[in-house]
Design a binder for this molecule. Sequence first.
Ligand code: UDX
Length: 437
Amino acid sequence: MRIAIIGGGYVGLVSGACFAEFGVSVAVVEADAAKRQMLLGGQIPIYEPGLDRLVADNVAAGRLTFPAALEEGIHDAEAVFIAVGTPTRRGDGHADLTYVFAAVEQVLRALDHPVVIVTKSTVPVGTGRKILELARELRPDLAVDVASNPEFLREGSAIGDFMRPDRVVVGAESERAREVLRQLYRPLNLIETPIVFTGLESAELIKYAANGFLAMKITFINEMADLCEKVGADVNDIAKGIGLDGRIGRKFLHAGPGFGGSCFPKDTLALMRIAEEAGAPSRLIQSVVAVNDARKEAMAARVVAACGGDVTGKTIAVLGLAFKPETDDMREAPSLPLVRGLISRGARVQAFDPEAMTQARPLLPESVVLAADTAEALTGADALVLVTEWNEFRALAPAKLKELMRGNAVIDLRNVFDPKAMREAGFIYSGIGRAAS
Ligand code: UDX
């Protein structure tokens, strides 16, 4: 089986490499010549564990190619996946579909045989049907099918998520489209992965509903954390105590500085707009967006309070800048408003992240010192703020902190340190939703 994937970004590259690993012949069409050259040279423009190896192996095996021309990529393809970006449109919060429709139009004009056009990018409900209409209009001579196959890949564990998903969602209207997708995902039969077949609109909405629900779950536990701090409870116990109820589930109940990343902020905003425009506004999702935005903005004030109410002239070590571990992605990272807020309140910030330093530099105020490593960030610091829970930060022993730091404030925005051990070592420890005792 042969497929083409339009867009060699995060989703296109991971999906392409994984389908190739399944034994499919995959042509990833990347319009950006510089990016294409990098890929051809075996360089992966993003940090994703295992992806470089998977791409290299499949290129070497001849299953994964990066053709220069779209025509070359889609010639012979049975399915063409659209995996271009859908950023938030400036001004109204909707997903910007410029790239999606440009890609679809280019594909339709270049086609010399019928294919199934599959959207992998997260697109607003109704996009699949618009693509179908465009296909009928531009290529009445070809029986083009359309399917929606949303991705549920987490950055940092995208390959595992693709190879061992909880489910695959396929929205399709024709048996041929369903059959092509069924064939593509056949290797997952071995691990009994359910494939949920739906109509186009439902598949498109499933993606938003899934991300909206997960974002809501995080926001809920974050609010519970605030309440815990007021009433002397511990949010980790709350998460465990409610999460063991199978109806609630244990995952995505880690309280923290608010969610960031390329998906949750964008998709919750888009879902909010979709629901408003459809005449069924979601007050829950509106609240999730507002509460999370406010939470990220409030983290600087929380740090200032933990430092005794004033950070003027104080040196603050910020550990972790990426929006989560195992990625270099800085999009909507809680570290950004936090660091800006600390700088504007007169603090000196020494920051370190194992992967995101290059990405972070242009986004941070110039006065922020980007340290070479964890130890350098901590050296002479009055306070430590842990923002992203990279493993190397989890392993930091109180004795090491004592040795490097000048002050004794530890603000743990991910609840990774042991409060008791910290306090016994003489630190003034504050976590998220953890009782002060
Ligand atoms: C997410 C979805 O998980 C994935 O299915 C979807 O396709 C894309 O968006 P991703 O953004 O890569 O993936 O990261 P994820 O691990 O889900 O974390 C998102 C954000 O939520 C991060 O900022 C993370 O720190 C935060 N988070 C997550 C919490 O604060 N608490 C949690 O319990 C879980």
